[in-house]
Write a protein that binds this ligand. Structure first.
Ligand code: FAD
Length: 450
């Protein structure tokens, strides 16, 4: 019997593992292990954890709708696996791969548990547009790509030849094991009943079908995406990131639906940033290597607190942080502006902001979040030879000229004129001009030592 473990693949169609399972006619046991490590620090109460658990609830409903069985348990993955292999006649474990440092360590342990019991461990890469392990893109002329545009061009050429289309197969085509019907499974069933989370899954509303968001986006926004994506007062982007990261929607199905439309290029170019960061996480050993670096000021704590609590006195920063704190959302341009403000004007280590976003973002993804923070802190892969410091006031005037977004999230400022509303308030935590000059000096040093 085969055991399939769901992880960041919370859907029931177009899964590499399902195609593989269908090549054999025997029923498979399907499980999802909620990992205490990934839910530590009460993460189930944070936007990022909540969103994930809502996709878990949706997955459970889908299994029910198809009349199939999935066991959702809570426990350390290697302990759960060891017990499952001990108590059920499993000969193969099947998973989709993940490349974060924690996932690699976890999977090494899982592989060892399986090997010790003579059980094979089969892994598929399923979460990116391209097979990032393929030599065709893993190696440019001088090693792995470090700059986005050449990578993007290569990926497009690659996809023209090697694209693996989505599969029409789904859970309905599979047969899953119901342990209650399987002789000798009493012990495993008892264990499963004891592996419950310290919170109730019933409290989480099942997430909506992301295909509906995709359809709305294609009809209402895609044609204007290139022109409007940065104008954050409009909801002009797809809002698909959380579903894509949880694997609640197939990246191939999204890509195919978009490619059928006119005006797809700008959106696909943005989507490929995701493959680019996932690619970096595999090939650049420094990607996850930077730790709490570059703490150049003893003001970090005070600055970070003000940033986190939306109390900097710089309207665009406070509005964006308010939206994040209240909803778990923040448009891409505002992520760049708030991240640069924290790491440059406020001279805080990027890891402080990275950790905060980890807790708060409903679309949180370890790799994409790190990629975004590295880029904003000028430690990542930027085609710019020097470093960028966005001026928050100029950005605010350019992308939200009438202050619509600021008025939405900072109603106390609603009465200010369109001109006044963008300006730092009297109590602003830093002077933008001085802090920019200080940041330039510090970052010259940082980049030299990089
Ligand atoms: P759309 O504009 O509709 O884009 C389509 C898809 O392309 C997105 O759903 C996403 O999958 C991908 N994408 C778009 N922009 C980027 C980008 N800059 N980098 C990588 N992929 C991209 N994205 C996350 O999914 N999780 C994170 O934890 C995350 N943290 C970030 C932290 C910082 C500091 C920054 C600057 C960016 C971060 N991003 C992160 C990238 C980006 O902000 C979000 O993907 C985007 O805002 C999601 O909104 P959307 O789905 O409407 O995107």
């Amino acid at each position: 019997m085969k055991l399939f473990l769901h992880r960041k693949d919370l859907r029931v169609d177009d899964l590499a593992a399902f195609n593989y399972l269908l090549s054999s006619s025997e029923p498979s046991l399907h499980m999802l292990i909620l990992d205490p490590f990934l839910l530590r620090h009460s993460r189930h109460e944070a936007h990022s954890g909540k969103q994930f658990l809502q996709y878990v609830r949706r997955l459970m409903n889908l299994y029910k709708q198809y009349g199939k069985t999935i066991y959702v348990v809570y426990g350390e993955p290697e302990v759960v696996l060891e017990q499952v292999l001990h108590n059920a006649p499993i000969d193969e474990v099947i998973v989709h791969r993940d490349f974060t440092p924690y996932a690699k360590t976890r999977d090494r342990k899982l592989r060892e548990v399986a090997r010790a019991r003579g059980v094979s461990f089969t892994e598929f890469v399923d979460h990116t547009l391209a097979d990032l392990a393929d030599f065709q893109i893993s190696s440019g002329k001088s090693g792995p790509y470090k700059v986005y545009t050449p990578f993007y061009k290569k990926l497009n050429t690659y996809l023209q030849t090697f694209y693996r289309p989505s599969s029409p197969l789904h859970l309905g085509d599979l047969s899953t094991v119901d342990l209650a019907q399987l002789e000798g499974s009493q012990r495993l069933l008892e264990l499963i009943q004891s592996w419950v989370p310290p919170f109730s899954l019933e409290d989480y509303m099942p997430a909506e079908n992301p295909i509906e968001s995709l359809d709305d986006f294609l009809t209402d926004h895609l044609p204007f995406y290139a022109a409007r994506r940065d104008y954050y007062a409009y909801d002009g982007t797809s809002s698909l990131s959380a579903a894509i990261n949880a694997g609640a929607i197939s990246i191939r199905k999204v890509y195919e639906a978009v490619m059928e439309q006119e005006h797809s290029a700008a959106w696909v170019r943005q989507l490929v940033w995701r493959d680019f960061y996932l690619y970096q996480s595999i090939y650049d050993e420094n990607f996850f290597g930077y730790e709490k670096t570059f703490d150049f000021t003893n003001l970090s704590d005070r600055h970070f607190e003000a940033w986190r609590k939306a109390e900097t006195g710089v309207p665009i920063i406070d509005a964006a942080m308010t939206e994040l704190n209240e909803t778990g959302r923040m448009p891409n341009r505002l992520r760049m502006i708030t991240a640069m403000f924290l790491t440059k004007n406020l001279l805080c280590p990027f890891t402080l902001g990275e950790q905060y976003f980890r807790y708060k973002l409903s679309d949180y993804d370890n790799t994409l979040n790190r990629g975004g923070w590295l880029w904003c802190a000028s430690l990542g892969f930027d085609a710019s030879p020097y470093f960028r410091i966005m001026n928050p006031v100029t950005q605010s005037i350019t992308y939200d000229p009438s202050g619509q977004y600021l008025r939405r999230w900072l109603p106390q400022m609603a009465g200010l004129s369109d001109k006044q509303i963008h300006q730092p308030q009297a109590h602003a935590i830093v002077d933008l001009k001085q802090s920019r000059a200080a940041a330039i000096e510090v970052y010259k040093h940082i980049l030299k030592s990089k």
